[in-house]
Design a binder for this molecule. Structure first.
Ligand SMILES: Cc1cc2nc3c(=O)[nH]c(=O)nc-3n(C[C@H](O)[C@H](O)[C@H](O)COP(=O)(O)OP(=O)(O)OC[C@H]3O[C@@H](n4cnc5c(N)ncnc54)[C@H](O)[C@@H]3O)c2cc1C
Length: 409
């Protein structure tokens, strides 16, 4: 019978969770199946490197919805189930643990996986990655009492957040970074240096411009990290945080168009009819930026899932949220909005107290604001996003003047 299989969402992360909620709340009465490889119902990942890792957030607070919500809303949630193949022509999916299932419309929300190290001994016990709730609990158990030595390989957002949490819990923390300045690719040298200083001031041993050669070990356990030149930095545990890779194998094998993620248009539709993609895997055309963007952040999972739901329900959707993310490290909290790729070579100007780490940074490209970051300044994010969205030519002198309302720019 036509239209009897309903909607299927593959990947029970935040994108999948927001999508099934959006589909149901959008009035769809048919069958909705949410299929996830993990043993848990959908949860959010940002606390896994921050307050859940430290132990100050309780377990229930990380889940997106209660178990009861899925029952009450008649969402069929498949735990511990991996989709192994998609057959677009037949509108059918293969599962690893049961019979194939059909779909009328399909959303791919398979997210990302940590990039693995391939250096010698990288698979020794004591070498950790952080992506899942279980990973975070393992690390919490190792770090919560303090007094351990943690060596982090990589100083991206997750590495820096774990460093801050682990240090705050009373552990010795060393960060090994191959670039001269952490986060410089995302923020530029000046702001990357601000984060480096923050960590150094708080007792993190930040070692930049180093080359990690292998994991040192004894009796099958990691005991440190060997650097080019022969030095071994000793460690009770090692965390590898060298970025993530989008899980696009399923989409690729099914013949969907792929290029730095699953290619989708502004309505989040893939190259195949009735198949959509959102969240970390989607490389979507962004109508405001005028280019394709793939965002590996929480807000894109939340909003992209909702937008995909509307699109699947037949609404005309143009997903144009300004990319957004945040971080909390020691006493510094920040929100960043904007188009990272457009900030390369842009001029950075500051409104507020830069030395005191209470300011808003703006990236100006061709006279327009393409990104903004508020550091320890709150309730300005909507206004910052407004400046980016309006894309007016802005006088830098007015941009940095705290007396000029952002709404007027
Ligand atoms: C520790 C950590 C801290 C973070 N902190 C921040 C932060 O502070 N701010 C921020 O903006 N972002 C943060 N992020 C990033 C943010 O969490 C991600 O962008 C977001 O989780 C992406 O959501 P998603 O649903 O697209 O993918 P995911 O969260 O990766 O979920 C995808 C799910 O799909 C499942 N899956 C994959 N393949 C299959 C398959 N074939 N069959 C069935 N299931 C499958 C996976 O197991 C996974 O559960 C953080 C991420 C981590 C790991």
């Amino acid at each position: 019978m036509a239209n009897s299989e309903g909607f299927v969402v593959v990947g029970a992360g935040l994108t999948g969770a927001s999508a099934v909620r959006g589909i149901r709340e959008g009035g769809f009465l048919g069958r909705i199946r949410l299929i996830g490889a993990e043993a848990h119902r959908p949860y959010i990942r940002p606390p896994l490197s921050k307050d859940y890792l430290s132990g100050s957030a309780d377990r229930e607070s990380v889940f997106v919805d209660s178990e009861a919500w899925y029952v009450e809303n008649n969402i069929e949630l498949f735990h511990s189930t991996t989709v192994t193949a998609i057959h677009p022509a037949e509108h059918r999916l293969d599962l690893d643990n049961s019979m194939p299932i059909g779909y009328d419309k399909l959303l791919l929300a398979t997210g990302s996986a940590p990039r693995r190290l391939t250096i010698p001994n990288a698979d020794l016990d004591g070498v950790h990655y952080l992506r899942t709730l279980d990973d975070s609990e393992t690390l919490h158990n190792l770090l919560a009492e303090g007094g351990r030595s943690l060596v982090l390989i990589g100083s991206g957002w997750i590495g820096m957040e774990v460093a801050a949490t682990a240090r705050t819990l009373g552990n010795e923390v060393t960060i090994l970074e191959r670039n001269p300045i952490p986060l410089a690719d995302a923020l530029g040298d000046e702001l990357g240096t601000m984060f480096a200083d923050l960590h150094t001031e708080n007792g993190v041993d930040l070692r930049a411009s180093v080359v990690v050669e292998s994991i040192a070990g004894k009796d099958g356990r990691a005991t440190g990290v060997a650097l080019a030149g022969g030095e071994v930095v000793s460690a009770d545990l090692v965390l590898v945080a060298v970025g993530v890779i989008p899980n696009i194998g399923l989409a690729d094998a099914a013949g969907l168009a792929i290029d730095n993620g699953v290619l989708v248009d502004a309505s989040l539709q893939t190259s195949e009819p009735d198949i959509y993609a959102a969240g970390d895997i989607a490389n979507a055309y962004h109508p405001v930026a005028g280019m394709r963007l793939r965002s590996e952040h929480w807000a894109n999972a939340l909003n992209g899932g909702k937008a995909a739901a509307r699109s699947m329900l037949g609404e005309k959707v143009s997903y144009d949220n300004i990319p957004y993310f945040y971080t909390d490290q020691f006493d510094l909290g920040m929100e960043y909005s904007g188009f990272g790729p457009l900030t390369q070579g842009a001029e950075v100007v500051y409104r507020g107290d830069r030395a005191g780490r209470e300011f808003i940074a703006f990236w100006l490209a061709g006279g327009r604001v393409v990104a903004g970051m508020n550091v320890n300044v709150w309730d300005v994010n909507d206004a910052v996003q407004g400046v980016i969205r309006r894309a007016n030519f802005v006088d830098p002198a007015r941009l940095v003047d705290e007396n000029v309302p952002l709404e007027s720019l």
